[in-house]
Design a protein around this ligand. Structure first.
Ligand SMILES: Nc1ncnc2c1ncn2[C@@H]1O[C@H](COP(=O)(O)OP(=O)(O)OP(=O)(O)O)[C@@H](O)[C@H]1O
Ligand SMILES: [Mg+2]
Length: 552
């Protein structure tokens, strides 16, 4: 890690040692975040590293690889600390070595173990932070190891070069050159299948390879070339679909990326709902066991009031596992005897303070633009209650500014926001109540927030109605929205909705002018015609009078 930080500092020197304030402008991260990144106390996040490198005009691909290498080395050191001391991994996923502390998912682990003996391809899906990686590592992998079956287990995440990663991992267990294997996998969809068969050829006939590919969504988010993505998907499917296959594949994938998988017909067919296990929310009983049993397994007790409080704050809600794990970890880290107490939990701040602290910390990492984007995201993820009682609001991904994607990714990573098939959501209502910064955003300029929210909703209705003009704004409502647009961050769709409303109003005004003009012309014509008619009537009357006079 210190070498990584040292090299970051050298990169900055080679770029002419720009001051951190200058780098901050280029990188869009706070100067203190950037100088911490090169300080060497802890590994900076990937996003901060890349922003730093970009600002110093370094090679992004090279640094991304280096970051993953350094992160992997640091991960090796981490388990000891968590394993022996603290039975709650906090915001990290459970590893296979932490299976003794992994509770609440017994039924799902059983289901997965059963499926994985009957099928060759399986997906564990669920929202971000729902516990997929933990279920795969501390649940499935640990259960397969316990089963005593002859399984070689390979677990990896795709990263930017999934084929290369696959080649490295497989070569590490099967021997031989990763470079050659990479060439084989790239050239031939049968490459993986053949290598696995070769590797297992002299083993017992029941021996198989269990390939666990976690964070499968990285195939779409991090793999840069379509060719590599296609080739990766092709070798995987071939390896599990051949009649003499000895490979079983389990992928962990965020449910908002299932749609992406469906772009590959063969993958979509393979990931049919019956081949998927969903890591949904726990039942109250499962949650209770996830709260209590890690401590009990580590030889401790929990005060009843502590369990009741955590349950009251979390049961029945989505996305709470990271919060439980983090709050319990903080509680454990406080001085304690044989029993974890409610007092210790409260002193550690419980779920609410953990969340608010994380939110404030992550917010502090962003530069000015990032902060504006983060504010917009948090406010959009809140339903404004008429009585001031605000709650979480689930938002489809397209409602958020695409330019804010890196900020959103960081919020998901920090477990402040969860992403699932139905959109994005705040991790917990407590964030709204307890994070002073968000509370102040929501209380100042509330009238404008209401206006904005109505505009968002109207734009959504307009889009869903195939841009039918009926819901467009008119009159004073449109004037208010135009005034709002001057000060608020509108999405592309909201802008389009306003533009369409303005255009419709202009067309209506032009139409009204045209018809007024036509009316005036008509009126003028009527006047002329009626003038002529009146004249002819007068003439006729006069003629008639004259005729009558002659008769008399
Ligand atoms: N059975 C469990 N008991 C207690 N905490 C859990 C359990 N499973 C997961 N967690 C906690 O929930 C959080 C999310 O877990 P994990 O990383 O496995 O989720 P994920 O679905 O893989 O997330 P992502 O979508 O970010 O990959 C972590 O903080 C983890 O410690
Ligand atoms: Mg995961």
């Amino acid at each position: 890690m210190s070498q990584f930080a040292g090299d970051l500092r050298r990169l900055r020197e080679n770029a002419g040692s720009p001051p951190y304030r200058e780098l901050s402008k280029r990188a869009h991260y706070a100067a203190s975040t950037l100088s911490d990144a090169a300080g060497g106390r802890k590994l900076p996040t990937l996003a901060v590293t890349l922003a730093y490198v970009r600002a110093c005009e370094g090679d992004l691909a090279e640094w991304e690889e280096r970051w993953y290498g350094t992160a992997a080395m640091n991960r090796v050191a981490e388990p000891e600390e968590i394993d022996e001391e603290i039975p709650y991994p906090g915001l990290n996923a459970f590893g296979a070595h932490q299976a003794d502390y992994f509770f609440g998912r017994e039924r799902l682990v059983e289901e997965l173990s059963r499926h994985v003996t009957g099928r060759r391809l399986l997906a564990v899906s669920g929202a971000s932070g729902s516990g997929k990686s933990s279920l795969l590592a501390a649940g499935l992998i640990a259960a397969v190891r316990r089963s005593g079956r002859d399984r070689t287990i390979l677990r990896f995440t795709p990263g930017p070069h999934p084929l290369r990663e696959g080649a490295i991992q497989l070569a590490a267990v099967s021997g031989g050159s990763a470079v050659r294997l990479h060439g084989e996998l790239t050239a031939d969809p049968a490459g993986l299948h053949l290598r696995v068969r070769q590797f297992l050829a002299r083993r017992h006939e029941d021996a198989e390879l269990l390939l666990v590919i976690d964070q499968f969504e990285e195939v779409f988010t991090r793999c840069r070339t379509v060719e590599e993505r296609d080739a990766f998907v092709a070798v995987l499917l071939h390896a599990v679909q051949e009649p003499d296959s000895r490979t079983r594949l389990v992928v962990g994938v965020r449910s908002d990326f299932i749609g992406h998988c469906e772009r590959y017909p063969a993958l979509a067919a393979a990931l049919r709902p019956e081949n998927r296990v969903d890591a949904g929310p726990m039942t109250a009983e499962q949650l209770r066991s996830a709260i209590m049993r890690p401590a009990i397994a580590a030889g401790h007790q929990l005060e009843g009031a502590l369990v009741a409080t955590v349950m009251a704050e979390t049961a029945g809600r989505h996305g709470v596992l990271p919060l439980v794990s983090q709050a319990m970890r903080r509680t454990w880290q406080r001085p304690h005897g044989a029993t974890l107490t409610l007092a210790a939990y409260q002193a550690a701040g419980g779920i609410t303070r953990a969340l608010a602290d994380t939110a404030e910390e992550v917010f502090g990492e962003f530069d000015e633009l990032g902060r504006q984007q983060a504010r917009d995201v948090f406010v959009r993820l809140t339903t404004l209650g008429a009585d001031g009682h605000d709650t979480r609001r689930r938002v489809p991904a397209h409602e958020l500014d695409p330019a804010a994607a890196p900020v959103v990714a960081r919020l998901i990573d920090a477990r402040l926001v969860t992403a699932g098939a139905d959109g994005l959501e705040l991790a917990h209502d407590a964030l709204i109540r307890e994070w002073p910064r968000l509370r102040s955003w929501l209380s100042t300029g509330r009238g404008a927030l209401y206006l904005h929210r109505r505009l968002t909703e109207a734009a959504g209705v307009w889009e869903r109605a195939d841009r039918d003009p009926a819901p467009l704004y008119r009159g004073s409502q449109l004037d208010e929205a135009i005034a709002l647009a001057g000060g608020a961050r509108l999405t592309l769709r909201e802008h389009q909705f306003l533009d369409a409303s303005i255009q419709a109003r202009e067309e209506e005004t032009a139409r009204a002018h045209r018809s007024a003009w036509r009316l005036r012309r008509l009126a003028a014509a009527v006047v002329v015609v009626s003038g002529v008619a009146a004249a002819s009537v007068a003439l006729a009357v006069r003629e008639r009078r004259q005729t009558l006079a002659l008769c008399w």
